[in-house]
Ligand binder design. Structure first.
Ligand SMILES: *Cc1c(COP(=O)(O)O)cnc(C)c1O
Length: 377
């Protein structure tokens, strides 16, 4: 049964970083060398991530949002262009499109793993003339199906930029066979699989894209001695201090992924059969990074909806989270397409993510599971 009332239980956080490796040692080293901004940790973290994922070029930047912005610019996205974005994602995906002066066109997600519905993206692309790029999001760590080269109208080929902010670990080359994306964008925000205390990265096999992203992230310096700039660049560099944290985090990525998988398996095993709880699944062709373990709560069978359950868990000091408001419903994008996107809308109403920190202990997770089982009684 649930917790005794005399002693308030300790809060179980939703998804917090794990900083117990070489993070302190490497940042102390960067400070001792007086290299907070530029330094060796930057190329090291780029090489570590590029090697891990199996891509040729990696550019470290200040956030996942900056990575998306620069990748879109490198794909030639600009004012008047449209970019297809799944409506179910964090708002940063669409904001990056807006920063380019372009307009997001929202499409629905597929019902199983909530990635962009490629058939719908195709239909939208064939009905519009301004679609310059498409931006699938690997939601919650589950990979999306590779966007196929064929099946677009005529010889039209959109540029594919993937928002892999939530899926480092799910995007290694073996799982990407058949894909042809121009760039993958990562986030190292505090709650992501690995963190740099804020940061991101653009990954690409296209040398031109890699060079362009690095140039734009560094204020577009054409002649650094005479300060000649042929483009309007950005100050989107990652600091060497952040990169030092990233190097330490990358040393433990397999351990982090194993923890996420163990957490997911435990939730799925222990919550299977609870009426009204729909478990997330992994497609046979995919390997999720299980960034946030997210179930659906069917009010009719469970007895309360996801938001009521979230409130109930909060009373027991268990943090949980609903999904982002679909972007076609967001006031910030009121001027964009607002048609019915039924799958995303249904998923949004029912989804609830449970505590998923790499450091979640067995006893903490048992408390979460018990609370979810008990809440409906
Ligand atoms: C976290 C996240 C981002 C943005 O990353 P920041 O590093 O916070 O800028 C973009 N898209 C998705 C899907 C994310 O989850």
């Amino acid at each position: 049964m649930s917790t005794p009332s005399e002693e308030a239980p300790v809060t179980i956080p939703f998804c917090v970083p794990e900083m117990t490796g070489n993070e302190a040692a490497y940042t102390a080293d960067a400070i001792a060398r007086n290299e907070p901004c530029q330094g060796d940790y930057l190329p090291r973290v780029e090489a570590a991530v590029a090697g891990y994922v199996g891509v040729r070029h990696a550019v470290a930047v200040s956030s996942g949002t900056a990575a998306l912005h620069l990748a879109l610019l490198a794909a030639g996205v600009g004012p008047g262009d449209e970019v297809i974005v799944p409506t179910l994602t964090f708002i940063a995906t669409a904001n990056a499109v807006r920063y380019c002066g372009a307009t997001p066109v929202f499409v629905d997600v597929e019902p199983e793993h909530w990635g962009m519905d490629i058939q719908r993206a195709r239909n939208v692309a064939s009905a519009r003339t301004a679609v310059k790029a498409i931006l699938p999001v690997q939601l919650l760590g589950h990979p999306t199906k590779p966007v196929p080269l064929s099946g677009w109208y005529g010889d039209y080929r959109p540029a594919v930029i993937e928002d892999a902010s939530e899926s480092l670990g799910a995007i290694r080359r073996n799982y990407r066979a058949g894909s042809h994306e121009l760039a993958l964008c990562l986030s190292f925000n505090g709650n992501k699989l690995i963190t740099t205390g804020g940061g991101g990265m653009v990954l690409t096999n296209n040398a031109r894209v890699g060079r362009r992203v690095r140039y734009l992230a560094n204020q577009a310096k054409d002649d650094p001695a005479e300060f000649v700039h042929r483009s309007v660049g950005y100050n989107y560099r990652m600091s060497n201090l952040a990169a030092a944290v990233g190097c330490a985090q990358m040393e433990r990525i397999d351990e982090f992924l194993a923890a996420k998988r163990r957490i997911a398996e435990t939730y799925s095993r222990e919550l299977a059969g609870v009426p009204g709880i729909i478990l997330p699944t992994e497609a046979p062709w995919a390997r999720s990074s299980w960034w946030l373990w997210t179930m659906r709560v069917r009010q009719a069978e469970y007895g309360m909806d996801a938001r009521a359950l979230r409130a109930r868990l909060a009373e027991q000091r268990i943090e949980s989270r609903c999904l982002w408001q679909p972007l076609h419903l967001s006031p910030a994008y009121a001027d964009c397409y607002r048609g019915p996107l039924p799958v995303a809308q249904a998923v949004w109403r029912e989804a609830l993510s449970l505590p998923s920190s790499v450091g979640l202990t067995e006893s903490q997770q048992a408390r979460v599971i018990e609370s979810v089982r008990d809440a409906r009684r």
